[in-house]
Design a binder for this molecule. Sequence first.
Ligand SMILES: [Zn+2]
Length: 567
Amino acid sequence: MHRKTFVLALLFLLVSVLLVAQQPVERIDLNVIHKLKTAEVGGGGGGFGGGRGGTPRPVPIMETMYNLTDRYGPRLTNSPQFRAAGEWAVGQLKEWGLSNVHLEKWSTVPPPQAPGDAPGGRAPRAAIPSWEMTEYEGAMVSPTYMPIIGYPQAWCGSTDGKVTGDAILVANPATMADMDKLHGTLKGKIVLLGTGPLDLDFPEKPLGTRYTDSELSELVPEPLPTGGAGRGGAGRGGRGPILSDDEQRALTARLATFWKDEGALVTVSSNGTTRGSGGVVSSSSAQRNGDPTKNVPSVSITAENFNRVARLLAHSVPVKLAFNIQTKFDMAQTDSFNVIAEIPGTAKPNELVMVGGHFDSWHVGTGATDNGAGSAIAMEVMRLLKSTNLKMDRTVRMALWGGEEEGLLGSAAYVKEHFADPATMKTTSEHDGFAGYFNIDNGTGRIRGVYLQGNEMMRPIFEQWFAAVKDLTPGVITSRNTGGTDHQSYDAVGLPGFQFIQDPMDYDSRTHHTNMDTYERIQQADMEQMAIVEAFFVYQAATRPEKLPRKDLPEPRGTGGRGGAGN
Ligand SMILES: [Zn+2]
């Protein structure tokens, strides 16, 4: 090489090195990744089953799933099953040697209403009592016999033993006048809520899917934060006439006891979305305002069963239905809990990395993909980090939330107690020492990337972390937000909280909030992948010199607290 060229080349190299040095360089310990993988899937490059002829050895993450679903599920917030599952989780986490394992209580009784609460005339939030179903049978008994696949709605009341009545089809009243018109026509009836058979689209798409490369890349080109493009951001479609807040409240109050006041025996509903056909029953709930023990017995049934009755009625064939719905309330049981466990940090024990997902579920399946999966993975992350005995500077704390499905209540209560009240944005010392939170709540599909939640400062950090586990995930990073789950409670007080991009699988087409959300929907390899990736991210956040970069503290929200339904 010519001497002058050589000097130029050297200079160029030096400048390049200096430029690279300016980017934050994440320290990656490949041995840590190796240890986590080995602890999760064994040393033989993955694969389970114990070989031919042998007894398969229990897989911890699937044993956790079994306990959260078949054994102790479903986990409707504050139900006896929810509490039993919580006790089981505490025992298991202690057995794994974790520290500070406990159920941290929070009250579901909302604070006294401030003026301006319950915007849009929505009913004010009500406490969540203990409730469970103890018996169900349903059938069409005339003109012929047909068993009805159905589930009592959460927090509904009981029938007086087995009741039989004429089926009638009634549109859900939208005004006082609608209710006046129905007055005197419902006594002894079993009311199908609707105007006729539901339209069921022919399902042309596959039941379960993974993201294709092009779908993933469509998530990426977002140079600027997009705002609430996430799931759960959509409003409830505007049906019916526009009412004032007072009118809406009065209507909601009357509707609460309307069917019972009118002497209807049972109300029956169904839904014709993708998830509401093919024998799938979507979960739904009765309201908890007023005295829910007086709720009319109500049931969700399959669209096909609903439609047969509706078509018979449309042909003027009288239909008799029979139901026995027994449910049990404990109105005194309104405290809920989050499940907490820790691995204390070595050098900076007062700084905190958190990992979690919501523990509660709906009651019609066993709460496997929503969100037994996220809970089992958070528990598995703790098991992996503990059993590999990795040294971490910061304390790692797991939290499994209650009350997510009722509006992110458990995580919001926790964040308010520990970090900051979004109403005032007064922060605590724990807020100062908080490094980051990782959440899983989109079913069983493996991690394909992460939502930045508008925090562009995280991009170069996540890029380097993902690069180290390239064999497991493409690591797509999108500045988009995703909503409807517990990382939002952190984001709301300016703390870095993240939800991963997961393969969709059959979450939206079959399992989400349905009776088909059961153990067999859980894909073991996906679960293992998530556990390794999330454990690695938690480890990185707990050991890098700096806490994760944060967005600015949001403006105080004031007291008009809101909270949408969870996912
Ligand atoms: Zn969920």
